[in-house]
Design a protein around this ligand. Structure first.
Ligand SMILES: [Zn+2]
Ligand SMILES: [Zn+2]
Length: 404
């Protein structure tokens, strides 16, 4: 029923805003593109992970294990020194059935077989309701910095490609993604992960790298420094610095920002662990299919959220419009953010061009903006942030380049 209501709202919004350009007949699909399980360093089985997202209002999920795809036979040790406890095994039996859970004794160890992604897909996938997109987190590094990339809709595992410098490493890994996409004729995308984790990439490096136009504006796992510190910019500022640098030279390659969970922990919902539900994307697509979801992300027809729901985002040649879904007892501030060229030079980076209180706002382009994006700030604080990440709930929409 909830879905029917939101579909009606989206359609109505599309009709009411004349000239709505991007996917006006589409529907919003909520998803997380960064998720770990026991197949890498997460602490839950794929079925527990799937159950959480499936029953918490998500439509699609990308499992992104470190340098691995959940295929083939894999057993983990159960018990005091194992990956999971006897109690957890019993819980799984109670939740999914005794036949579902497979165990054996191997060389004196008590083991449980991890279900593959294909097995779990058949358990949770429902047409129009819930979908998996195949994924991997390429987990490389250079110059002492972690360089991680999430690949969506891959067919084959992509091993880390190495590279001595940060830029060389980024380039080589993204080239491997694009090589597979081309060779297999697949619509694949990659996003650059948690650039503020251990201050891995500077905004300038993010601006200068090529091979993808997607990065994480928000990562819900611990230690990701989404809001910066005394000496480093937060991700909003990173985005503006990178966009201004890319576009000031006459370039036209935008950067789109995704909010993700980067979930590792499913048994405790405290600030010190990386639990699900902190950040997500809402993708506008005509249908819930892998192709449609991946294409819409690539085209920037999505927004990122840590709690704010939008009814509509639209652009025409002359303006950028936002409509927020009402929430009882909560007010919203809609900010249009951009960087202008002033007398031939780059003006203030990430200037708030217009700020409106209320449910909807329109920004009319002035003609001197390199790009315009929007951010909606809620009066409500994020309910379950990672430690040190206390902030309001946000929605971030994607930048556009106004006609000049
Ligand atoms: Zn990572
Ligand atoms: Zn990760």
């Amino acid at each position: 029923m909830k879905k029917l209501v939101s579909l009606v709202v989206v359609l109505a919004a599309g009709i009411m805003i004349a000239g709505c350009s991007a996917g006006e007949n589409g529907q919003w699909y909520r998803g997380n593109t960064h998720t770990h399980s026991l197949w890498s360093d997460g602490d839950a089985t794929l079925e527990e992970v799937g159950d959480w997202y499936h029953s918490n209002g998500y439509h699609f999920l990308v499992m992104t294990e470190h340098d691995r795809i959940a295929r083939g036979e894999r057993w983990i040790t159960v018990g005091e020194r194992g990956r999971i406890s006897n109690q957890y095994l019993e819980d799984l039996r109670a939740r999914f059935g005794r036949e579902w859970v497979e165990t054996r004794t191997n060389e004196g160890r008590f083991e449980m077989r991890l279900k593959t992604l294909e097995e779990v897909k058949s358990f949770f996938e429902e047409p129009g309701e819930f979908l998996y997109v195949d994924g991997e987190e390429i987990s490389d590094g250079a110059e002492g910095k972690p360089l991680h990339f999430n690949v969506l809709n891959l067919a084959e595992l992509i091993p880390t490609q190495g590279g001595d410098t940060i830029m060389e490493n980024v380039e080589r890994n993204l080239a491997a993604v694009n090589e597979q996409a081309e060779r297999l004729g697949r619509t694949m995308i990659a996003h650059i992960n948690h650039t503020n984790w251990r201050w891995a990439l500077t905004p300038e490096q993010l601006a200068d790298m090529r091979g993808t136009h997607l990065f994480e504006i928000y990562n819900g796992s611990t230690g990701c420094n989404n809001y910066g510190d005394e000496t480093h910019p937060g991700m909003d500022e990173v985005w503006d610095i990178a966009l201004a640098r890319r576009l000031a030279g006459g370039g036209s390659e935008l950067l789109y920002g995704l909010a993700v969970d980067d979930t590792h922990n499913y048994h405790s919902f405290t600030p010190d662990v990386s639990h699900p539900g902190r950040g997500w994307i809402q993708v506008r697509a005509d249908e819930l299919s892998v192709e449609a979801i991946v294409q819409s992300i690539s085209a920037g027809d999505f927004y990122s959220s840590t709690g704010v729901d939008l009814e509509d985002v639209s652009h025409t040649r002359s303006r950028y419009s936002i409509r927020v879904q009402p929430e009882e007892g909560v007010t919203h501030t809609i900010q249009f953010i951009g960087t202008r060229m002033v007398d031939g030079v780059v003006g203030e980076i990430g200037e708030v061009l217009q700020e409106t209180s209320g449910r909807s706002a329109k920004y009319r382009y002035q003609g001197d903006e390199l790009y315009v994006r929007a951010r909606v700030v809620s009066s409500k604080m994020h309910e379950n942030p990672a430690a040190g990440e206390e902030a309001p709930e946000y929605a971030w929409t994607q930048p556009v380049i106004p006609d000049r």
